[in-house]
Design a protein around this ligand. Structure first.
Ligand code: C2E
Ligand code: MG
Ligand code: MG
Ligand code: MG
Length: 280
C-alpha cells in the first residue's frame, strides 16, 4: 500500500498487525498470572424459549478484565489459551463457576417451576482431556446441580473431527443427562448425515443463517435451508437454538421456521449474573 501512495513515503510494516502481534505475545505470556490473579469473569446471555418468550437458561461467556487493556473478549484470548494448554485450567474454572452460579439461581427459585440451565463452552483441548467426565460429574455433585441443568457446547467442527473413541466422554456425559450442544452449526464441514453419530441434544444454528433472514423479502433459499436443518434436527431428536437474533423480524421468522429457542441482542446482551433474574 505504501508504494502505491507515492515515492515520498516510507514503506513501513503495517503498524496494526505489528501491534496485534506484540499484544498476542504479551497476552499469551500473561494468561497464567491472569488466571492466578482472578482477572477472568463470566457474563451470562439468556436463552429464550420461542414458544412463550420465557428464559430456559443462559450461556456462560468468559471475559478477561486486563489491568492495562480493559475488558477483552474471548476471541482475543481463547485461541491463545487453547494453543498453550491454559484452556484446561481456565475452562475448569469457567465450568465450576457457571455450575455454582446456576445452582445459586435454582436455590433462589429463579426460573420458577422450570429450573434454569447453564450452557458452558468447551474447546477441543478440553474435549480430549482424560478427566473431562470425572471433573464434570464432581462439579455437579459438589454443588448439587442436576445433570440436566448443564449443557456443554462444542463447535460443530471440533465434534465432527472427533472419531468415535474421542466422542466417548461426551456420550458418557449425555447418558448422565448433561445436554450437549453442537455450537456454530453450519460453519463447519459436516455432512448432515454425520449428525446421526454425534451425541448432541441441541443444534445451535450459526449467526450467519440468522443474518440471512433479515432481508426484505428474505432470501427464499436461506429460508429453505433453515427449514430443512430444523426439520432434520427434529427428526433426529435434536432441539434447535438460533444464535445472533438481533431484530424482532428475525425472531418472528425463526419462530415460524420451527426453531425451539433463541439467543441474541434482540432479547438480551451478555451481562453480569445479577442481571439475569431481571430478564426472567
Ligand atoms: P459462541 O459460543 O458462539 O457464543 C456466542 C457469541 O455471540 C458470543 O460472543 C456472544 O456475545 C455473541 N452474540 C450473542 N448475541 C449476539 C447477537 O445478537 N449479535 C451478535 N453479532 N453477536 C451476538 P463472545 O462472548 O465474544 O464469545 C465468542 C466465542 O468465544 C464464543 O462463541 C465461544 O466460542 C468462545 N467462548 C466464550 N466463552 C468461552 C469459554 O468459557 N470457553 C471456551 N472454550 N470458549 C468460550
Ligand atoms: Mg457457545
Ligand atoms: Mg455459538
Ligand atoms: Mg458463534
Amino acid at each position: 500500500r505504501a508504494k502505491s501512495e507515492g515515492g515520498n513515503r516510507y514503506a513501513v510494516a503495517d503498524p496494526d498487525s505489528e501491534a496485534r502481534a506484540i499484544s498476542r505475545h504479551h497476552l499469551t505470556h500473561h494468561l497464567p498470572s491472569a488466571l492466578r490473579g482472578c482477572e477472568f469473569f463470566i457474563e451470562y446471555q439468556p436463552l429464550i424459549r420461542m414458544e412463550d418468550g420465557s428464559i430456559e437458561g443462559a450461556e456462560a461467556l468468559v471475559r478477561w478484565s486486563h489491568p492495562r487493556h480493559g475488558v477483552l473478549g474471548p476471541d482475543r484470548f481463547i485461541p491463545l489459551a487453547e494453543h498453550t494448554g491454559l484452556i484446561v485450567p481456565l475452562g475448569r474454572w469457567v465450568l465450576r463457576e457457571a455450575v455454582r452460579q446456576a445452582c445459586e439461581w435454582q436455590v433462589r427459585g429463579i426460573g420458577g417451576a422450570r429450573p434454569l440451565r447453564v450452557n458452558v463452552n468447551l474447546s477441543p483441548r478440553q474435549l480430549h482431556h482424560p478427566d473431562l467426565v470425572d471433573e464434570t460429574v464432581a462439579v455437579l455433585e459438589e454443588f448439587g446441580l442436576p445433570a440436566g441443568s448443564l449443557c456443554l457446547e462444542v463447535t460443530e467442527s471440533a465434534m465432527v473431527r472427533a472419531d468415535d473413541h474421542e466422542l466417548k466422554p461426551l456420550r458418557q456425559l449425555a447418558e448422565l443427562g448433561v445436554g450437549i450442544a453442537l455450537d456454530d452449526f453450519g460453519t463447519g464441514y459436516s455432512n448432515l448425515a454425520s449428525l446421526r453419530r454425534l451425541p448432541a441434544s441441541t443444534l445451535k444454528l450459526d449467526r450467519s443463517f440468522t443474518e440471512g433472514l433479515q432481508h426484505h423479502p428474505p432470501d427464499p433459499v436461506d429460508l429453505r435451508i433453515v427449514e430443512g436443518i430444523v426439520s432434520l434436527s427434529h427428526t433426529l431428536g435434536l432441539s434447535v437454538t438460533v444464535e445472533g437474533v438481533e431484530t424482532g423480524l428475525q425472531a418472528e421468522r425463526l419462530k415460524e421456521l420451527g426453531c425451539d429457542s433463541a439467543q441474541g441482542w434482540f432479547y438480551a446482551r451478555p451481562g453480569p449474573p445479577e442481571k439475569l433474574p431481571m430478564a426472567v
